[in-house]
Design a protein around this ligand. Structure first.
Ligand code: G6P
Length: 612
């Protein structure tokens, strides 16, 4: 979703801002812009479309623009269509102050109406322009940029991560945060603001995370932070741990493909130091202090969005089957608004790659407010969900840039498996049984590697089906969420309509769709319900549906019914989803490539959805 990068220092910031915007492209956006303070005035350059179009529009590649104070933004449209006018930065009434903003100003109409009565004229359909004008109006009163921002924010309802600069103040940047992440990058004689460390990590690794309700004033020499009411706050400078190479494509055509191929390593990273094979046990430092509450929990409620929600569905099978703990899974967007019956006996587990998804964060806060213990399974270190939860586990998948989530999903499943085994041992599973499960978990990275060693047959299947209009994905048990996730991957990046269904439910509706034009992807490993899924395969075959089946390497039954089989190594039923999803990620990827869609920046999608 929208991205922010800003700079105050000694250098010419134009290349730095444009490079920062490129690094934020993965978040999803539809227009981009920069504002530069030069010779006592502000230049704003903005354009619908990609950063590359902004670059050619301003001719910055020729080095024509120079400034040592500036900011850049990628916009994902909420209010007003994605065109040049609605792109950020936005001006105040006098065109002396410029603002970039992530989030939504909910009372922008009220603000606009009031200011219009005072003579303000608005040029865009955005909520952000109302905020820019409000800051301008406050500046008229105070003549101080930071105070003007604080006073304006005191009147605002909604969410924001903002950066503000003024032509009167060539030595100052002001940033603020509520609900949309903002980090400060601390350099030597220079300072940065970004919505995401990826934008600034090649310049500084020293960062400060702003909290909701905090405002920061940055100069070349330093920064200070305060609340909206002007109470000074103390911040700790933290170190960003990921490497630049992790946010680059490293020889792959797309980030998504790179991230699919990283999975043997990322799954292993999720287990590193946590899997105690000889003890048949698991050590998760972030859960030790809440173990008592976890073990006495009446139930676990998992809440999440998108792919993370699918991971939660697999988690439900794992928690109930391995650890024997009642578990429910809810969409965070539904959970937050339906007055959930949650109390102090519940553990609410939020799963989020980014740790910033607005609905997941709100669901977590709601559960916390009601007294539940809230835990996070998060990828991005230092993200809001990670910081606000009572405890949790990082999945350690490293930065995920591809909008279609892949490695984060398998890492989430790995961590859910670890938690299940840990709880099972605490609840009476024998050491011997624990050793058997721990040994099997340790084999998963190598098994993932085997799947990725030979993917040509998956490419061939993708070419065969690239022009179809619909796909059905079926699975049972813990592989039903795999079917959902496989269908989601296909929708997201190839724009083919795809539905995931529990295989046995097919006959209650979707079977009406099946004919010789309908490809049906079955996930059918040799587990406890294998025979049942075989019957569902027969039902599709009888109606001439075209079957693609993900099967185990030693399966010789399904090939008699399916047109194509994709083989994966065998593992225990509840660990199977970690492997079974990999061919479906590859199938979606190769379908998208065959159809020529923009795999890493699919239309309309955002990597991190920070608005509700
Ligand atoms: C967006 C992304 C999805 C992701 C979902 C939840 O829709 O495009 O890939 O699954 O948000 O994100 P989270 O960061 O909370 O896992």
């Amino acid at each position: 979703m929208c991205g922010i990068v800003a700079y105050i220092g000694q250098k010419n910031c134009v290349p730095l801002l444009l490079e920062g915007l490129r690094r934020l492209e993965y978040r999803g956006y539809d227009s981009a812009g920069i504002a530069l303070v030069q010779n006592g005035s502000i230049g704003v350059y903005k354009k619908a479309g990609k950063v590359a179009e902004l670059v050619s529009a301003i001719g910055a590649s020729n080095g024509e623009l120079k400034a040592s104070l500036g900011m850049g933004h990628t916009r994902w449209a909420t209010h007003g269509e994605p065109n040049d006018t609605n792109a950020h930065p936005h001006w105040d009434q006098k065109r002396e102050i410029a603002v970039i903003h992530n989030g939504i100003i909910e009372n922008y109409q009220v603000i606009k109406t009031k200011l219009a009565q005072e003579g303000h004229i608005f040029e865009t359909a955005t909520d952000t322009e109302a905020l820019a004008h409000l800051i301008g109006a406050m500046y008229e009163r105070t003549g101080n940029l930071c105070s003007a921002v604080r006073m304006a924010l005191a009147e605002v309802e909604g969410t924001y991560g903002i950066v503000v600069l003024s032509k009167h103040d060539p030595d100052r940047l002001v940033a603020a945060r509520k609900g949309s992440p903002i980090i400060l990058g601390v350099g030597d004689g220079e300072n940065f603001v970004a919505s995401d460390a990826a934008a600034i990590v090649d310049h500084t690794r020293q960062v400060v995370y702003l909290e909701d309700g905090e405002v920061a004033e940055l100069t070349r020499e330093g920064f200070r932070t305060m609340t909206i009411d002007d109470v000074k706050t103390d911040k700790v400078i933290q170190e960003v741990t990921f490497e630049l190479s992790q946010i680059e494509r490293g020889g792959y055509d797309h980030f998504m493909l790179k991230e699919i191929h990283e999975q043997p390593e990322t799954i292993k990273n999720g287990m590193r130091g946590r899997l105690l094979i000889e003890e048949g046990n698991i050590k998760l430092g972030g859960l030790q202090h809440v173990m008592g509450r976890l073990l006495s929990a009446r139930r676990i409620v998992i809440t999440a969005c998108g792919t993370s929600w699918h991971a939660g569905l697999v988690g439900e099978y794992m928690f109930e089957q391995i650890a024997k703990i009642p578990t429910e899974v809810e969409y965070a967007s539904e959970f937050r608004y339906r007055s959930p019956l949650v109390n102090i006996d519940d553990v609410v587990l939020v799963i989020s790659q980014s740790g910033e998804t607005a609905d997941s964060l709100a669901a977590m806060r709601e559960a916390k407010r009601k007294g539940a213990t809230v835990l996070g399974i998060v990828n991005v270190v230092g993200s809001t969900i990670a910081r606000e939860s009572d405890g949790g586990v990082y999945v350690h998948a490293g930065p995920e840039i591809g909008v279609a989530s892949t490695k984060a999903f398998t890492s989430q499943l790995t961590v859910l498996a670890l938690i299940s085994l840990m709880l099972a041992r605490q609840r009476g599973m024998t050491k011997e049984d624990g050793i058997v499960l721990a040994r099997e978990l340790a084999t998963i990275p190598d098994k993932a590697r085997q799947i990725l060693e030979n993917t040509e047959h998956i490419e061939a299947i993708a070419r065969e089906f690239k022009d179809v209009k619909n796909f059905l994905y079926l699975g049972r048990g813990a592989n039903f969420p795999v079917a959902l996730e496989g269908a989601l991957k296909l929708k997201e990046i190839s724009y083919i309509h795809a539905e995931g269904y529990p295989a046995a439910e097919m006959k209650h509706g979707p079977i009406a769709l099946i004919d010789e034009n309908m490809p049906v992807v079955f996930v059918v490993p040799k587990d406890a319900i294998y025979e049942k899924v075989l019957s569902n395969l027969q039902e599709v075959r009888a109606r001439r549906g075209r079957i693609i089946a993900v099967v185990n390497e030693d399966d010789h039954e399904v090939e008699k019914l399916a047109e194509f089989v994709i083989r994966v190594p065998r593992t225990y039923g509840f660990f199977g989803p970690i492997l079974n999803i990999i061919p479906l990620q590859l199938l979606a990827y190769h379908m998208a490539v065959a159809r020529g869609t923009d795999v890493d920046q699919p239309r309309n999608l955002a990597k991190s959805v920070t608005v509700e």
